[in-house]
Design a binder for this molecule. Structure first.
Ligand code: RIB
Ligand code: CA
Length: 310
């Protein structure tokens, strides 16, 4: 029995692989996609999500645009990794399907109401859309199976010394979602930095040799180059599909039930995700936090999903 999922994303190279993983894996049923301003402005993330589905031959999955930026801060984007249009590298085809005229909140709400069982939300960007949904439609909370989010870190950040990008863009939204009481899983840099696109991984995915894999290889060429230039990481960490793995192949990601808090006020630490593994603060556990990844099993699942696409 497959798990119904909604992916909320800010494509972004790694978001595209998360969409393909969710669309191609037999354990998941991708019901809808929503987009948020993050890596690049919403105009690009909304087009890029549709491009990702078009390349993969995925039809009939609505894509709706959500928040242009964070709840109360000013959006800072990440063209330095993803390029001006958010999918630097390949020439982008025209999306085969139009943007859904509903906004993200309306599409998520209607998808939750229409589903025969609670739906999982996989968020791979700033989690603004999910926070808005919970604020505007609190009665739908029990129709959400769980929320799995790529973001945060139990260690260092990647946009400031202590904050990961998705958390840093909208920490207020993250605090709202964590406090909602809906099962919440954080997949942070501490784990996604093991999902490295090594030359062997590039070869493995390229060997799938379908349209999706060929387009994906052009994405990875660009993504690894910019990660090398910016972070000195020529084997770019493919963050977002690790969040999908939590649901697609739960045995591949080790989780710990612990305490997660978000720094909102810090001048140097805003967006830091404080994970209290040792219970020092004597607060109730409120989140599941990824602490380990079976790397080969993860890439095998990504490869299998891509091979099921166009
Ligand atoms: O810090 C990495 C995260 O920020 C990824 O989701 C990437 O796509 C960007 O959104
Ligand atoms: Ca992302």
């Amino acid at each position: 029995m497959s798990i119904p999922v909604i992916v909320d994303c800010d494509p972004g190279h790694d978001d595209v692989f998360a969409l393909w993983f969710a669309a191609g894996h037999p354990s998941l049923e991708l019901l809808a996609v929503t987009t948020v301003g993050g890596n690049v402005p919403i105009e690009h993330t909304s087009r890029n999500a549709r491009v990702a589905l078009t390349v993969a031959g995925v039809e009939g999955v609505p894509v709706a645009a959500g928040a242009t930026g964070p709840l109360s801060r000013t959006l800072a984007t990440a063209e330095w990794i993803h390029g001006e249009n958010g999918l630097g590298g390949p020439e982008l085809p025209e999306p085969s399907e139009p943007l859904d005229e509903r906004g993200a909140t309306e599409l998520i709400a209607e998808t939750l109401l229409a589903a025969s069982e609670p739906v999982a939300i996989i968020a791979t960007g700033p989690i603004t859309n999910v926070a808005i949904l919970l604020r505007e439609r609190p009665e739908l909370a029990d129709r959400i199976r769980e929320i799995v989010w790529m973001g945060g870190s139990t260690e260092r950040g990647n946009v400031t010394p202590y904050a990961e990008f998705n958390a840093w863009v909208d920490p207020e939204a993250l605090a709202i979602v964590v406090a909602s009481g809906i099962r919440f899983t954080m997949v942070g840099l501490n784990v996604t930095h093991h999902a490295l696109v090594t030359p062997a991984v590039r070869e493995r995915l390229a060997a799938v040799d379908n349209r999706t894999a060929r387009f994906g290889d052009e994405l990875l060429e660009f993504f690894c180059r910019t990660n090398d230039e910016v972070f000195g990481m020529p084997d770019g960490p493919l963050h977002d599909p690790v969040a999908v793995a939590v649901l697609a192949d739960p045995g591949s990601v080790e989780l710990v039930h612990t305490r997660l808090d978000v720094e909102l006020a810090g001048t140097e630490t805003a967006g830091a995700t404080s994970v209290d593994f040792d219970g020092m603060l004597k607060r109730e556990p409120n989140a599941w936090v990824a602490v380990g990844l079976d790397v080969d099993r993860f890439w095998a699942a990504v490869e299998a999903s891509v091979s099921r696409l166009a």
